[in-house]
Design a protein around this ligand. Structure first.
Ligand code: GLS
Length: 796
């Protein structure tokens, strides 16, 4: 029947792209239609926000057409599918990204102009979808864009949290967290699927049942929650393929708010609903589970979704009645795991009692997996008890825990790191015992970001300039073409145009900063930016102490020497985790120092410091294109990858960085001459820590810390504990050790900036060399080496 319907539709619509046309007139009609019938405003009178809503619905209609066609096509072809399981996605805004990927931005802008609206103004009406914390969450969003663009048969699964990541409000320099009611103004980018819902069980007991002489475990739950699907179409660029990001909400959402529930409960809610959905889809076309791993790849984005392993075992054994051995064979081929942390302390552990009460059957399954693993391990390595206990999935102690990373490594066919250095750290430190046992399981795929979002959407003038000089827009899909810019790195005409584009972006950023903080900044100054989560290992404190040093130097300089100072605007932004006291003190210090410097008439335009509140994806889209220099200065060995650096690189912003995470690979691509690299290397860090610090702190460092301690910036008592973290043996992140080379790198950046021709050449070379850091490359590597999936391109 559906084949007949399809043939009929094809006869009626012939070679048309879809029902909806994309010329400005058709778009205009659709927008007015949505003003009247969806937004329910008069088509003769509607404001910017209503126009944004109507436009979004018109775009969404077009997404839905492609999304339907893509899924019909996938169904027909039945390729092996990738299911990407992630608890976090930082999607940001969707409008600009969608119209660019659909190829209808100009037509939309035309349509709106005739109605008296401007596309850019409407795009600003959209809120920022922030369903996650930081780099890991934005990475998932970038990867979805690449999976769609590269035509991979992929599905994303996640949670539709009622509240996004908290809004950061700064009062008297202190961070306050306010709830982000991101759904209050509606969300045109999602489709509620009331009929796609599953019951998720919690608590209760496990009982035994006998059927045909065989004993089975039956989980009798104590509570059930209904999960309902919200679908978010993800359009590829330059393709009809539009994949799905399915987010689960608890129903009825009023009574049961996943946002406030226990993390473990959220994790299982997500895992159970997603797997019921995946298994239902598989069973539509398959009668048994023999070829489940040939048709399905399950990717665990860090350990948060790793309960999925126990859930698949439970379903296959208890519900599908497969033998344990058969189910285990399937599970081992199904899952792959990517870890995003470089620190053993960062690995997730869940108290056994908690799992036992919330998910009693899963705890049994995990214990059984561990028992078998331990038996095998004893056969392989003998009775090395300390190693056995380190590798066990169960951590003994006063409070027993389940080590989710160990569970993932034991059960996944592949364990991925997120940069080459990260894999080294996994092999030699974090997962050494496992690497020695199963070296073949360990791989790395260096992270990447999508050039669609980070150049095309956020920096349209640079995008146009690149296309003009390369003579093609093909780099938007085939990003290695950016290398072609190297040929023009010294071309005076390109320099002129490049500088112009950068200047306009800086002006835009300066306006934003003035509107937001009242601080007037000069676009002739070097914009020096550090935006990312606030964390001790990311060393925002090193940056601020460096700024204090710069301030102190200017203050103590002869007036005549000030002429040689390169003017700087230092921009810092980022959120501190609500319970992270030291990170909050760093934010306060940044404000206290800014207050002093920005109001010092002696300093004028030579130095300014601004903190950008409520950093999120949309703010990043504004700040990154307007930055000259950006800082990625984590203590070596601590940043698993880092992805902010890649966004700056694409936008021709120079990097001041330590050789940590992906920066090591960026150095190989761009060349150390075109960057400002400083600080201890990964292999040097542990020796530095062992040596201790007390006797070798540089004087300059001691001096700036003393200024803070002695109350030069006020709040003397409040900052003592912050200073303790970087003095004496407290200096775990080696700020004192790296301070001198940090200042040297900063001085090198000043010298380079004075020579604008050199700076511009370096800037062009950054963009030209950024292609390797596209998430397109990352996804292709995963598809080939980890997931074993092929593109499945929906025909036009
Ligand atoms: C993180 C790492 O800290 C980052 O270095 C990495 O770039 C990112 C994506 O792989 O993952 N891990 C984490 O828990 N949050 C991150 O941002």
């Amino acid at each position: 029947e559906s084949g007949e319907r399809r043939a009929k539709a094809e006869r009626m619509f012939g070679l048309m792209d879809g029902f909806l046309k994309n010329d400005p007139l058709s778009l205009q009609k659709d927008i007015l239609h949505h003003v009247e019938y969806t937004v329910a405003r008069s088509r003769f009178s509607f404001d910017d926000f209503e126009a944004y809503q109507a436009l979004s619905h018109s775009v969404r209609d077009r997404l839905i057409e492609r999304w339907h066609d893509t899924h019909q096509y996938f169904k027909r072809k039945d390729p092996k599918r990738l299911y990407f399981l992630s608890l976090e996605y930082l999607m940001g805004r969707s409008l600009s990204n969608s119209v660019i990927n659909l190829g209808i931005k100009d037509q939309c802008a035309d349509a709106l102009r005739q109605l008296g609206f401007e596309f850019e103004v409407l795009a600003e009406q959209e809120g920022d979808a922030a369903l996650g914390n930081g780099g890991l969450a934005r990475l998932s969003a970038c990867q979805m864009d690449s999976l769609a663009t590269l035509d991979f048969p992929a599905w994303g699964y996640g949670l539709r949290y009622q509240y996004g990541l908290f809004r950061q409000v700064i009062l008297d320099g202190l961070q306050h967290e306010q709830p982000d009611y991101w759904l209050n103004f509606g969300n045109p980018w999602e489709i509620e699927r009331v009929h796609v819902s599953y019951a998720v069980k919690f608590y209760g007991t496990v009982e035994e049942e006998t059927l045909n002489g065989e004993k089975y475990k039956v989980w009798v739950p104590g509570e059930m929650v209904e999960a309902v699907a919200y679908d978010n179409p993800i359009p590829g660029y330059g393709t009809r393929n539009t994949i799905n990001l399915r987010l689960w909400a608890a129903k009825p959402s009023g009574q049961y708010d996943m946002g406030k529930e226990l993390r473990l409960k959220q994790q299982y809610f997500f895992v159970s609903a997603s797997l019921q959905d995946i298994i239902r889809r598989f069973k539509e076309t398959h009668n048994d589970f023999d070829n489940f791993p040939d048709k399905v790849a399950l990717q665990l984005n860090d350990t948060l979704p790793s309960l999925a392993i126990a859930e698949v075992m439970r379903v296959l054994v208890d519900e599908e009645r497969l033998s344990w051995e058969k189910a285990w064979g399937i599970v081992c081929k199904l899952f792959s795991f990517t870890t995003h942390t470089a620190q053993p302390e960062g690995l997730e552990k869940i108290p056994v009692d908690l799992i036992g009460s919330l998910l009693p059957r899963h705890l049994q399954v995990i214990y059984d997996i561990n028992f078998m693993f331990m038996e095998e391990l004893k056969r392989l390595i003998g009775l090395d008890y300390s190693r056995l206990s380190r590798m066990s999935i169960v951590e003994e102690g006063a409070v027993k825990h389940i080590r989710m990373a160990n569970l993932s490594i034991v059960c996944c066919h592949t364990v991925n790191g997120v940069s080459r250095v990260h894999l080294e750290i996994l092999k030699t430190r974090v997962f050494k015992d496992f690497y020695d046992l199963w070296p073949q399981k360990f791989q790395y795929k260096t992270n990447g970001v999508t050039q669609r979002r980070w150049i095309v959407v956020s920096n349209p003038s640079l995008c146009a300039l690149i296309s003009k000089w390369l003579g093609t827009e093909a780099w938007i899909r085939d990003v290695d073409l950016l290398m072609g810019l190297r040929e023009y790195a010294t071309d005076v005409n390109l320099h002129q145009e490049w500088k112009m584009v950068r200047r306009v972006n800086k002006m835009r950023l300066a306006e934003y900063i003035e509107a937001m903080s009242g601080v007037k900044i000069s676009v002739d100054a070097m914009f020096d930016v550090q935006i990312k989560r606030i964390h001790e290992y990311k060393r925002q404190l090193l940056n601020i102490l460096g700024i204090i040093h710069r301030y102190d130097c200017i203050k103590n300089m002869e007036k005549s020497d000030r002429r040689n100072v390169v003017p700087r605007v230092c921009i810092v932004g980022g959120k501190a985790a609500p319970g992270y006291d030291i990170a909050k003190k760093i934010i306060k210090l940044c404000h206290a120092v800014a207050e002093k410097i920005n109001n010092d008439p002696d300093i004028g335009d030579l130095l300014k410091l601004v903190f950008i509140p409520d950093y999120n994806v949309s703010v990043a889209e504004l700040v990154i294109p307007g930055s000259d220099l950006s800082q990625h200065i984590s203590t070596a060995g601590h940043e698993a990858s880092g992805t902010g650096s890649m966004k700056f690189l694409m936008n021709g912003c120079l990097l001041l960085a330590t050789a940590d995470g992906s920066t090591v690979e960026i150095i190989e691509e761009i060349g150390e001459d075109n960057m400002f690299i400083f600080g201890a290397k990964v292999h040097e860090v542990s020796a530095l820590r062992e040596k201790g610090h007390a006797d070798k702190v540089p004087l300059q460092f001691a001096r700036v810390v003393r200024m803070v301690r002695e109350g030069y910036f006020g709040f003397k008592d409040y900052f003592q504990s912050l200073c303790d973290t970087v003095e004496g043996d407290g200096d775990f992140f080696l700020l004192g050790d790296d301070f001198t080379s940090y200042l040297e790198a900063q001085a090198a950046a000043d010298r380079a900036f004075v020579d604008q021709e050199r700076w511009t050449r370096m800037s062009i070379l950054c963009t030209a060399g950024s292609g390797r850091f596209s998430s397109d490359r990352t996804m292709e590597e995963y598809a080939e080496k980890t997931w074993d999936i092929e593109p499945c391109k929906c025909p036009i």
